[in-house]
Design a protein around this ligand. Structure first.
Ligand code: GDP
Ligand code: IMO
Ligand code: MG
Length: 425
């Protein structure tokens, strides 16, 4: 059995979807295990673009089972829309999707609260969440008493649960200056309808995956977000509410660490970030704007322009160690190919001191100055390259330098969004 994980090592949107889709052909099962509809993973197959929010990126490979594990927070109407949209494109999931009955469900009050908190952040900068109700849903999960799991939707006391929670949430929303009106009866009816439609997919995925790994089946774990957005180890509080680095795989899926054999870390050749929070290598000048245009850096889920900057080896080295990364997938080399000069952040400076360890406090991270190394660009089109040897010398030197700084070999290089635009070492 091989348990392989695909983990983003920056602030999300590293192109994990593309890598998961590519690797899926060597696996029997693909698992999403944390996050929810805040994720937006893009897969491009023969020019057709698929944007997946909760459904694993293995769905475009026939014969693969796709699992949404207990660590995910599920938005039923969005997942049903995704199922319908895929069916409309000839991809039926009836026999190839299982959703954990243990996972927590995102309700309208979570989304209303997320919106209200974003609009009125306490003490300064907004986190700039995706407004998908992710934080409030995870908070209720850990709080336990006001949480509803998918399996609860099929129990006789579901209506009673909704009524009790709506009463509390309505008061909370009013305190947060939200004008949202919650109608318990309507929510019950709506979610009972979603439950009926989801029933064929609902399963005990924990035991399913334990049986699978023990039987030697090959499992690919698809991380959402990126390690720097990890709730415990990322740039708190400008993070998501789950363990989005490699450390989250086991907790979110129910598969113990002994089955994880390999971790692939995905990075762009530069850095992007959406939402608030410190970003040491951010480019707020013309070069940043250029990268945004060249890389089409607009959010898959919210359409927001992504903040762009140079590759940050201090952050990525930290993320790679934290995630137990064995090898790197370096994306967007076609974008870098259009820049005459490329910079890499190799260290930080703070109060006259130079260091290479990622700081634990956001206030310090805000104040660091990146120490930048300048490499000449190669200014040659790489989109038709099919082997690493086809790349210009400058591009290969860049990849070697990144591998050296991160201390991990480069296994995959991407020169465009298509499946065929991928070079394996
Ligand atoms: P994810 O959330 O990590 O799966 O990444 P997103 O799908 O949000 O964003 C990555 C974007 O980059 C998608 O639009 C991909 O189709 C696109 N993409 C993937 N690899 C490459 C590449 O090598 N070059 C370019 N130009 N685009 C790429
Ligand atoms: P994928 O899987 C990029 C960011 C949001 C915000 C912060 C918290 O496509 O890489 P949340 O809604 O999770 O409470 O928002 O995290 N964020 C992402 N940024 N890619 C994602 O997912 C993200 N999911 C959340 O922009 O800054
Ligand atoms: Mg994305």
């Amino acid at each position: 059995m091989s348990g392989t994980c695909v983990i983003g090592l920056q602030w999300g949107d590293e192109a994990k979807g593309k890598i998961v889709d590519l690797l899926t052909r060597e696996f029997d099962i693909v698992v999403r295990y944390q996050g929810g509809a805040n994720a937006g993973h893009t897969v491009v197959v023969e020019g057709q673009v698929y944007k997946l929010h909760q459904i694993p990126s293995g769905v475009l490979s026939p014969g693969v089972m796709n699992v949404i594990g207990p660590g995910v927070v599920l938005n039923p109407p969005i997942v049903l829309q995704e199922i319908d949209a895929l069916a409309g494109r000839g991809i039926a999931l009836t026999d190839s999707l299982r959703i954990s009955d243990r996972l927590h469900v995102v309700f309208p009050w979570h989304i209303a609260e997320d919106r209200a908190m974003n609009a009125n952040p306490v003490g300064g900068e907004s986190i700039g969440t995706t407004n998908r109700g992710i934080g409030p849903c995870y908070r209720d999960k850990y709080g336990r008493s006001h949480a509803i799991r998918l399996g609860d939707l099929y129990r006789p006391d579901f209506r009673e649960k909704i009524e009790g929670i709506v009463e509390v949430k309505q008061r909370l929303l009013a305190q947060l200056d939200s004008t949202e009106v919650l109608d318990a009866g309507r929510i019950f009816d709506e979610f009972s309808g979603h439950a009926a439609r989801l029933e064929p997919y609902v399963a005990d995925t924990t035991n399913y995956l334990l049986d699978a790994v023990e039987a030697g089946r090959r499992v690919l774990f698809e991380g959402a977000q990126g390690a720097m957005l990890d709730i415990d180890h990322g740039t708190f509080p400008f993070v998501t509410s789950s363990n989005s680095s490699g450390v989250g795989v086991c907790a979110g899926s129910g598969v113990p660490p002994c089955w994880i054999k390999k971790v692939v870390g995905v990075v762009k050749g530069y850095t992007t970030r959406v939402g608030g929070g410190p970003f040491p290598t951010e480019l707020t000048d013309e070069t940043g704007e250029r990268i945004r245009k060249l890389g089409n850096e607009y959010g898959t889920t919210t359409g927001r322009p992504r903040r762009c900057g140079w590759f940050d080896a201090v952050a990525v080295r930290y993320a790679a160690r934290l995630s137990g990364v064995d090898s790197l997938a370096i994306m967007m080399m076609d974008v870098l190919s259009q820049l005459s000069e490329i910079k890499l952040c190799v260290a930080y400076e703070l109060d006259g001191r130079r260091f290479e360890t990622f700081p634990s406090h956001t206030d310090d991270l805000r104040r660091v100055k990146p120490v930048l190394e300048v490499l000449p660009g190669w200014l040659q089109d790489v989109r038709t390259a099919r082997r690493i040897a086809d790349l210009p010398d400058g591009a290969r030197r860049y990849l070697d330098r990144v591998a050296e700084l991160i201390g991990r070999p480069v296994e995959i290089v991407s020169v465009g969004p298509g499946r065929e635009q991928t070079l394996f070492a």
